[in-house]
Design a protein around this ligand. Structure first.
Ligand SMILES: Cc1ncc(COP(=O)(O)O)c(C=O)c1O
Length: 424
C-alpha cells in the first residue's frame, strides 16, 4: 500500500467503497479492471442494482389498483421522487421531473414551454455546453421563431466571460442555458453569478449540472436558477435523467400529457407507465451516498449524510487527480485542455481531456484498451466545444475519475501510457 493510499484509507473508506461496486471486480482479459471513463457513465452501486433486481423479482409492472403490488409501487415512486428532491436540495418532490436521460428530459421540458416563446424572444446558449443543453434550445427557437444568442468562453480559463454575458442580456432575453461543469475539462462555471445577472434581466435560467452532481453536493434552489439537470447513471444509479424545476415555473409549463394524467406536480410530467424498477434503483443510488456519509463518520439527517459523503468524495478525488496531473507531466507530447488546477467545489471536477501533438493517440488508445484500461475517446461528446476550439480530426482522450478509483488505477494508466507511447 502506498503512503497516499494509507493516508487516504485512514479518512476515506476505500475498501468498503470498492466492495460496493460489483462491476469493479470483473477482470478485463485477465487483468484487474481500471475504470476511468466515469464522466461517460459511472459503474452502478450494488445497492442500486439490487433495488432494480428486487423490483423485477418481487413486484408487478403497473399501479393504480388496491392490491399490495400496486400500493407498494406507489410508495416506491413517492420515495424515489422524495429522495431525488433531497439530493438536489429541495424539500418538494413536486419539483422533480424524471425522464429517460438528461437530454430527453430537457426536450420534454422544452416542449412544455413552447407557449412561453415567440418571435423577438432571445435564448442564450453557450459554446461550452454538451449538446444535451444546446440542441433542445435550438429546436425551441426554430419552432417558435425565437432568436439564439451564443455565449463563448475564454479558452485559457475555460470560463464564460461575464462581460460577454452582460452584453448579450437585454429585455428580450427569455432564457439562459448554462453549463455548470464542462464535460471536457471539469472546470466549474460561476453559475450562481451568471444566474444573478440573467435574473436581473428577467430571464429564466436552466443549469446543466450533469457533470457537477457526481462530485459535489448540489443545492439547486440556492443557485437561484429555475431548472437544474442531472443524470443518475453518472452518479452510480440507473439510466435516467432528472430535472429540478422551481414549482412556480413548472406550474406554468404545459407538458405533453394524456387527458387522464393528473394535473398536479410531479404527475403532470409523467407520461404513461414509469420505469418503476429504475426509480427503485435511483433511490438505491441515493441510499448508497447516505451509507457512504455514515462510513465517513457522518450522522444526522439525510442531507447531513449526503454532505458528509460529498466531503469525503471531494477530498479523495482531489488527491487522485493531483496524482494524475503530476504523473502526466512526464508526457510533453500531450496537450491538456483547461487550466491545471486541483479539483475543489469552486474550481474543477476530476475530469481531464488531452490530445497528442504528434497525432498518435488512436494507436495509443488501442494499446491502453488492450491493458484493460477504460477511458473515453473521440470528440462527439464535446461537439460544440471541439468545434469552437477548432480541434483537428484526431480524437481526444478523456479521463474522468471517481471516488472508487485507487492510486493503482492512476498509476496503471500512466504506466500504460508510457508503454503505449514507446511502441507507437
Ligand atoms: C455536461 C453534460 N450534459 C448533458 C449530458 C447528456 O446526458 P444524457 O446522456 O443523460 O442525455 C451529458 C452526457 O455526457 C453531459 O456530460
Amino acid at each position: 500500500m502506498t503512503l497516499l493510499q494509507e493516508s487516504t484509507e485512514m479518512t476515506f473508506p476505500l475498501s468498503r467503497v470498492r466492495a460496493s461496486f460489483p462491476a469493479l471486480h470483473v477482470k478485463d482479459q485477465g487483468r484487474p479492471r481500471v475504470y476511468l471513463d466515469n464522466s461517460a457513465g459511472t459503474l452502478i452501486a450494488g445497492q442500486a442494482a439490487d433495488a432494480v433486481a428486487k423490483t423485477y423479482c418481487e413486484h408487478n409492472t403497473y399501479t393504480g389498483v388496491f392490491d399490495s403490488f400496486s400500493t407498494d409501487i406507489d410508495a416506491l415512486v413517492d420515495h424515489s421522487y422524495a429522495s431525488m428532491a433531497a439530493f438536489l436540495g429541495s424539500s418538494d418532490p413536486g419539483e422533480i421531473i424524471i425522464g429517460a436521460n438528461a437530454t430527453t428530459a430537457t426536450f420534454q421540458l422544452v416542449n412544455s414551454m413552447r407557449h412561453m416563446f415567440g418571435p423577438g424572444d432571445e435564448i442564450i446558449v453557450t459554446h461550452r455546453d454538451h449538446e444535451g443543453n444546446i440542441s433542445p434550445w435550438l429546436r425551441l427557437a426554430e419552432e417558435t421563431g425565437a432568436t439564439i444568442r451564443w455565449l463563448g468562453f475564454n479558452t485559457d480559463s475555460w470560463q464564460n466571460e461575464t462581460d460577454e454575458l452582460r452584453g448579450l442580456l437585454n429585455e428580450n432575453t427569455k432564457l439562459v442555458a448554462l453549463n455548470y461543469v464542462s464535460n471536457l475539462t471539469g472546470t466549474i462555471a460561476d453559475v450562481a453569478g451568471m444566474t444573478k445577472m440573467a435574473k436581473s434581466a428577467g430571464a429564466l435560467v436552466f443549469v446543466d449540472g450533469v457533470q457537477y452532481a457526481p462530485h459535489f453536493l448540489v443545492d439547486a434552489p440556492a443557485i437561484g436558477c429555475d431548472f437544474f439537470s442531472c443524470a443518475p447513471y453518472k452518479f452510480f444509479g440507473p439510466h435516467l435523467g432528472v430535472i429540478w424545476g422551481r414549482r412556480a415555473v413548472l406550474e406554468n409549463c404545459r407538458p405533453y400529457k394524456t387527458r387522464v394524467s393528473p394535473e398536479q406536480l410531479p404527475d403532470r410530467f409523467m407520461v404513461g407507465c414509469p420505469p418503476f424498477e429504475l426509480l427503485a434503483g435511483l433511490s438505491g443510488a441515493i441510499g448508497y451516498f447516505e451509507s457512504l456519509g455514515q462510513w465517513a463518520g457522518g450522522t444526522g439527517s439525510r442531507r447531513e449524510l449526503l454532505s458528509s459523503a460529498f466531503q469525503s468524495i471531494e477530498a479523495c478525488e482531489a488527491a487522485l487527480f493531483a496524482r494524475l496531473l503530476s504523473k502526466l507531466q512526464d508526457f510533453p507530447q500531450l496537450k491538456f485542455l483547461g487550466p491545471g488546477v486541483t479539483p475543489t467545489k469552486g474550481a474543477r471536477a476530476p475530469i481531464l481531456s488531452f490530445y497528442s501533438k504528434d497525432g498518435q493517440l488512436a494507436q495509443v488508445s488501442k494499446a491502453l484498451t488492450a491493458r484493460g484500461i477504460h477511458f473515453h475517446w473521440g470528440k462527439k461528446f464535446a461537439f460544440e466545444a471541439s468545434n469552437y476550439l477548432g480541434l483537428g480530426p484526431d480524437g481526444l482522450m478523456r479521463i474522468g475519475l471517481s471516488h472508487y478509483n485507487s492510486v493503482e488505477d492512476v498509476d496503471a494508466f500512466a504506466d500504460g501510457l508510457t508503454a503505449a507511447f514507446s511502441k507507437a
